[in-house]
Structures are given as structure tokens and as C-alpha cells.
Design a protein around this ligand. Sequence first.
Ligand code: BGC
Length: 497
Amino acid sequence: MWWLKAVVISASVCLVLGKRDFPPDFVFGAASAAYQVEGAWNVSDKSVSIWDYFAHTYPEKIVNNATGDIACDSYNKWKTDIELVSELGLHFYRFSISWTRLMPTGFPDYISEDGKRYYNNIIDTLLEKKIQPVVTMYHFDLPQSLQDLGGWTNPLVADWFANYARVVFSLFGDRVKTWLTLNEPISFCDIAYNVGTQAPGYISPGIGNYICNKNTMLAHAKAYRVYDKEFRSKQNGKVSLANQILWLEPDTDVDGEAAEKARQLMGGMYSHPIFSKQGGWPPVIEKIIAEKSKEEGLPYSRLPAFTKEEIELVKGTYDYMGFNFYTSRTVRDAKPGEKIGAWPFEGAPDIDIVIGVRPEWKQTDAWWLYITPEGIRKQLAWLKKEYGDIEILITENGCASSNADVDDEVRVQYYKEHLEQVLLAIKEDGVKVTGYTAWTLMDNYEWTDGYSIKFGLHHVDFENPNRTRTPRSSADYYASVVKSHSLDVNNKIIDEL
Ligand code: BGC
């Protein structure tokens, strides 16, 4: 009666394993971004983006003077990339469209046939393989010609972006059902204008970042309204944006209030206008910056106000929430006269906050990335508390290393521990997380870290003209999670590593 025993054993195993299963309709994917993988920066009629320009003009700002000129050569190797996605068994692939490849003038007066063909090929081939395309319209690579007109600090950028979005929806929206307008305004506004380590490399702390910040909200909202009015009834897709949010926790017991204020700056600036019931800036932040500006002798706030119409325009422009998570920080009030470093990694001068890390947090090879898996669960719970029971798609999560090893045990553990916390957020905290995206499908151009920092499920040989891709242990691990739809069934694989 061996078979009966087997059935009983497997039934009891199933019962135990069930606890670590993902909900049946939960989806898994991996992500990339145009400038980080495509290369072919000047092929066909593509124009120059701010990252082409930044990497070529300020090589000294980038490790080993690296550029994305060739990157992973995904412009030529997109079929191989889709093979990798397919071998992982993923439900979706998140990639971004390069504005300058599709609309080289930046405006809809001219659409590149080559750009159209390139993205149509990717979308059609993914769908043939039953993989859903999740498409980001903007991942840091503004046309340089628009930058020359002020870029994200020119209020017209909201219309430029909406016009671009209209073209993108009209060309690809019959097949793409999940859209992200903007990836991480915190990176291309706050890191860019406060610190200068993101294109365009123009530093204007406390001014440029806030102007950019407001314009991103309007750009996202206008694109969303275009979808609503012109495409939704025919195309039936979902539109959101992707925000990276570092979990911020009090340094000591007395810093609870400071932490909540900082969370409003970190999680609230790019969420409150869209996802809250009231709309507009997080009130506590708006008030503090207005007061600071007054003290400085300004007759207006450095954080540009929304008009009533703008608040209404932006509020509610989401069908789900895109959330990128990597790491956490501690927060405390600054001491009187203390020098405060730049937002978002060192401090927040405008709200008198100093940012730190806990000594016990393990640092990866990326200076900014400490491994804090519980942060993802806490941040998910905070988002639910603040904005209600919104569907959340985790649009990025991943681990950095500087070595090229394919045996990447640290990355495997990172994924495992973060996925455990995601499951707890779903099962214990009732957060409506519907999918998870690994950053990233393969090693790629890691912005100012060039090729020195790797996040890939696949190793890429950047010395080889073929840019050969090789799966890492983390690819095997992730594939096993996806296949079993659970964190348990791959114990065997973990033991083998
Ligand atoms: C960005 C990616 C980047 C990753 C790791 C995110 O901020 O969206 O482009 O490679 O973090 O730094």
C-alpha cells in the first residue's frame, strides 16, 4: 500500500506547504530599463537622451567612465532576453521604452519606424510566449533636446510627456495592459537635482528637485487622463507609476515623530498627490517647507503649490500602485546647528532630519544598499494605512554585488528573505500585493556605478562582444519559486546551493 502512504504524506506536506504558497493569481516577473540594456545609442534615427549626454559629457562622474553605448546590446539581442524570461517561467517582463528611439524629436511630429518595429517585436514575441509585457514609458532617459529647454523643470514637460504617452498608448496599447508612466521621480528629481549623480547633472537642491517633483505629478496625471479619455474603453489596461520608497524607522524610541515626518517626504511626496483621498502634497511637508521658505525671505514656498484644479487633475490617477523596494534607513531629528546631508540618503535639510543605518544591517557591495528584508513588509503596511486597500505591484526588488560570480548565495538569500516578508504582508497584514518583480533580468549599466555593480539574475560578460548571458544560482532559485508558486518547494534547491 505504498501509494496510499505517499498520498497521505503528500497531503500532509501540502497542508504545511500551503502556508508559504503565494495567492493563486499572484504573478512574478523581472525588469530592465532601456538605457541600462539596449545600447545602440545612435543607431538608425534615435536621438540623444540625457543619459547619453551625461555619460559622454561627464565620464568622470561614472565608475570607469562607463557608458550605455552598447550595454547588454539588447537592441540586437532582445530575442535572447525573452528566452531568458521564458526559461525563468515568468508571467511578465517589465521593460521600458526609450523616448528618443521612438520619438527622436521628443515631439509627436515624427515617429521612428525603427523604434516602432523594435518595441513591436518585443511585445509580440513576449505575447507569443504567453508572457505579459509590463511597460514603463520613462526610465530616466529624457530627450536631450527637451532637457535643453529645461527638461523636468519646465512646466511644459507635463504636456510633452502626455503627448509621448498618447503615441505609446496608440501604438502598443492594443497589446500592453499594464503601464507605468514614470519610474522613480525620487531618482530623477531628488537624487538628480540635490546630489547631481543622475542626469542631467545640474545641482539645485531645495529648488530644482521640488519643481521637478511637481512637474512629474502633472506629467503622470496628464498621461493617465489621456488613457482614460482616449484609450481605456477600447484597451482596458491599468496605469500607474513606480516609486522607490526606502523604509524609514526611528533611530531610537524618541524618534517616532521624526520618522513619520520623514516617511511623508519619502513615501508621501510622490504618492499623496495621487493615492490619498485629499490629494496635493503631504500637508506636514507642505507646511514645513512654506515656513522655511518664509524664514529665508521668500514670498512663496520653494515647493510649488498645486492649484485646486491641479489637485483634482492628479488625485486618483491610478489603477494600482507600483512600488520599488531595496533598502531601509534610520531617522532622527537633527541637533541644533548640525550640518545635514542631502536628501534622500543622508538627511533632509528642509525637515531637519538626519538619516543613518543600523550597525547590524549587512551592507551589500553597493554603498547605499543594506539588507533589510523586514522593511518591505513594514513599508507595504504603511502604504495600506496611508492610502487604503490599493492593489500593489512590487515593480522592483533586488540585490547588488560587485563580483561577477554565478554562485550568488547572498542574492538568493536576499530574494528568499524579501519574498518571505511579502508573503507575511499579504497573509498577516492583508496588503493587496498582486505581483513581484525581480530587479533585474541580467547585469546591466548601473547608472553612475557603470558595470561595477551587478543586480542580475543572469551574469553578462561585458568583455565579450556577444554579451553572453549566464544564469546565476539566483535565477535557478527564482525559477523554482515561480514554478512552485511557493517559498517551500525549493528547499531542496536551497540545500543544494
Ligand atoms: C532603478 C534601476 C536601478 C536599480 C538599482 C532603481 O532605482 O529603477 O534603474 O538599476 O534601482 O540601483
